[in-house]
Write a protein that binds this ligand. Structure first.
Ligand code: SAM
Length: 332
């Protein structure tokens, strides 16, 4: 009751209602919102602060940028969604706001696509060295569908391709990448695909800012060969897996294409099953038999490993800790 009163008080002001409607359409920065509302930045920031305090918006930082989006899981989240629906799009102020938002999104998409185009040719060359990606993706979708996870994490998400194919099969999908440019492309792709349960965050695979045991599945697709500490990446992925959760690693079998090192910054020329199994075992995971997709000259391997199911005591502890079992600083 009290949170409802606080939320209703916070939103009972035209600019704040407009901000709620805008933030329901994507993750937006203060400067983008300032541009749309045509108000000073301190004023917009103050409105945003009140809306976050009332649980209507979520705020998260990505490097020096701060994003706002409609709250996903606060007690006031349902009210926020109802307010957006009630506002509709016919009010002239809202219509103008949404037109300005469309212009900003187009500018964003143009910038992201320009970056992607610059790199696409390089990636295309690597893709031509192995099996059609469609086959790898089909196999991955099968594996994830069989595991039926609720929360999925994609480490090194890049342009968000894994999120695009896997988010429709899960409740919530989060992609992490260290490259802001890649994340900009991923955001455009997720938005274009209409995947509202998918989001991306800046992050380092060696040190994920995510709570222990907070995901049912973790995917690491074509990322591990860049790692100078692959075992540490696997250990960090295992840490965020819930008991019974599944790790899916996709990379190359051992190969001798040195130019991938020189021209494409690959650090490792593929991985042997035995070393992946050992890293998984050291991270407390049970490896399952890998699946090989032979190509010419590169063979793609899908390694899977499961975190053992909880003992009763662990399950009880996790249940007690449930409110903290969400990504740190995310969604709340
Ligand atoms: C070849 S791309 C693969 C992208 C995506 N998984 C896919 O298959 O489409 C590798 C990605 O790993 C990311 N990456 C490399 N090192 C990382 C690190 N330490 N933490 C997070 N992401 C990293 C890169 O920025 C890049 O986007």
């Amino acid at each position: 009751m009290e949170y409802l009163m606080a939320a209703l008080r916070a939103v009972a002001e035209p600019s704040r209602l407009r901000l709620i409607v805008l933030c329901a359409r994507g993750e937006l920065t203060v400067s983008e919102l300032t541009q749309i509302l045509g108000q000073s930045q301190p004023r917009v920031s103050r409105h945003l602060k009140l809306l976050c305090e009332a649980g209507l918006l979520d705020r998260f930082r990505e490097g020096s940028w701060v994003f706002y989006r409609l709250s996903q899981s606060s007690p006031a989240a349902a009210l926020a969604r109802q307010l957006v629906a009630a506002c509709g799009e016919t009010d002239p102020t809202i219509t103008l706001d949404l037109q300005r938002l469309a212009v900003i999104k187009r500018q964003r998409a143009d910038l992201a696509n320009a970056y992607f185009r610059e790199n696409a040719a390089r990636w295309h060359r690597i893709r031509s060295l192995y099996i059609d990606e469609h086959e790898v993706e089909t196999a991955l979708v099968e594996i994830i569908a069989a595991a039926d996870p609720g929360d999925l994490l994609d480490i090194g998400t890049g342009t968000g391709r894994m999120l695009e194919i896997l988010a429709p099969r899960v409740e919530r999908a989060l992609g992490i990448d260290q490259s802001r440019e890649m994340l900009a492309v991923a955001r455009v792709n997720l938005e274009r695909a209409g995947l509202e349960n998918g989001s991306v965050r800046l992050g380092d695979m060696y040190q994920l800012a995510l709570a222990d045991a907070s995901f049912d599945a973790v995917v690491i697709h074509q990322v591990l060969h860049y790692a100078d500490r692959p075992a540490a990446v696997i250990a960090e992925a295992a840490r965020v897996l819930r008991p019974g959760g599944l790790l899916v690693l996709v990379d190359f079998a051992p190969h001798a294409l040195e130019f991938l090192r020189e021209e494409h910054a690959h650090r490792r020329l593929g991985f042997a099953d035995s070393e992946v199994a050992e890293w998984c075992g050291s991270a407390g995971l049970d490896p399952t038999p890998p699946r090989r997709l032979p190509g010419d000259p590169l063979t793609v391997v899908i390694w899977t490993a499961q975190r053992p199911a909880a003992t009763l005591r662990f399950a009880e502890e996790r249940h007690e800790k449930a409110p903290d079992a969400l990504p740190v600083g995310e969604f709340r």
